[in-house]
Write a protein that binds this ligand. Structure first.
Ligand code: ADP
Length: 326
């Protein structure tokens, strides 16, 4: 089952901003990253999923149920972007309050079962020791982990996190990442709204890219980043038989213009070499391969290099610059 499934989902603010026509699927058990520059429409989209904004048009199902259904809300944990707990409360009190907000009766939040649940959740986020300390003295990382505990309290199948690490220092980010990996290993689906590329690179199985309120790409991360061989891609070539004089021979064989694209990345004493080139198209890569062969080199491997996430992000954003419909 898809944990999130939207079709043509649209929400604008009096016809401006927001996000438009978003069709997106999030499979079960993955960490999904929603990427995009500021103002791309990420928060608007996430707030619709969490039931805080009503869509103008389109369809969406969360956990197989239409948006806003109470039974779906119960299985969904949500961590808003900016939140603050009352300084004078302790984590145990914060979680009891969240139990009440989640629809439990006062009596239920005093039951041994619920108290056990609170203990387990605080343990999961690493706040057992601070369970009865006041939140006022907490670091940002601890507050964020408490926010996650609140989102996790009622044992959701899906959690939606709006910029969970943006205000954290490297240690706080590390803690949140480890925790999210642990949640995935327990089978939970995590939907992450973030502009931190490192988080997406390290954590996410799938990702989507929003820009100017529109979805430009989505799918498994490795597919999004795999080179297509199209214009501007970096190609890499693994060769055998490389000698110090090979470079000059290549210049003669391939012509200066073509061979000037080539960069020697590494070569060892046995003649194994790795070269890369930013080619204009596949044909150009083919000419280079032919030149290698003519120079007596052995071509072991050639193909487009995967893009870094940063390259991809900039390229996606650049492809729309000036064409922003807003
Ligand atoms: P992101 O989370 O990617 O930064 P948002 O969803 O917050 O993007 O915003 C998308 C667009 O909608 C922006 O142009 C923003 O100015 C506009 N917008 C967001 N919230 C409101 C609002 N409450 N009223 C009017 N415009 C808004």
């Amino acid at each position: 089952m898809m944990m999130i499934d939207t079709a043509d989902l649209t929400k604008t603010y009096n016809g401006r901003g927001g996000c438009r026509g978003i069709t997106l699927q999030v499979p079960e058990g993955c960490i999904f990253g929603l990427l995009g520059p500021n103002g791309a429409g990420k928060s608007t989209f996430v707030k619709m999923l969490a039931g805080l904004h009503r869509p103008d048009s389109g369809r969406a199902a969360v956990l197989g149920l239409p948006l806003g259904r109470p039974d779906a809300r119960r299985k969904l944990g949500y961590l808003p972007e900016l939140f603050r707990f009352q300084d004078w409360l302790t984590p145990v009190e914060v979680l009891r309050l969240h139990g009440r907000l989640g629809g439990l009766r006062s009596q239920e939040t005093r039951s041994p079962a619920f108290r056990g649940r609170v203990r387990d959740t605080l343990e999961l986020v690493g706040l057992s020791e601070a369970a009865n300390r006041r939140v006022g003295g907490f670091s940002k990382g601890m507050q964020q982990r408490l926010g996650l505990a609140a989102a996790l309290l009622l044992d959701p199948e899906l959690i939606i996190l709006d910029e969970p690490a943006s205000a954290l220092d490297p240690i706080g980010r590390y803690e949140i990442r480890s925790l999210l990996k642990r949640l995935r290993s327990k089978g939970m689906t995590v939907f992450l709204n973030t502009h931190l590329l490192e988080d997406v690179e390290e954590l996410c199985d799938e990702a989507a890219f929003l820009y100017g309120g529109e979805l430009l790409a989505s799918g498994p991360l490795h597919k999004l980043l795999s080179g297509t061989g199209d214009s501007g891609d970096n190609w890499r070539f693994r060769l055998g038989g490389w000698l110090p004089e090979t470079r000059a021979e290549l210049n003669a064989e391939a012509g200066d213009a073509l061979s000037s694209l080539l960069r020697l990345v590494e070569a060892d004493e046995s003649g194994n070499a790795l070269l890369s080139a930013r080619v204009a198209d596949r044909e150009q890569a083919g000419y280079l391969c032919a030149a290698f062969i003519r120079c007596g080199l052995t071509l072991y491997e050639s193909g487009p290099e995967p893009n870094s996430l940063e390259d991809w992000f900039l390229r996606m954003a650049g492809s729309r610059q000036g064409g922003d419909p807003q």
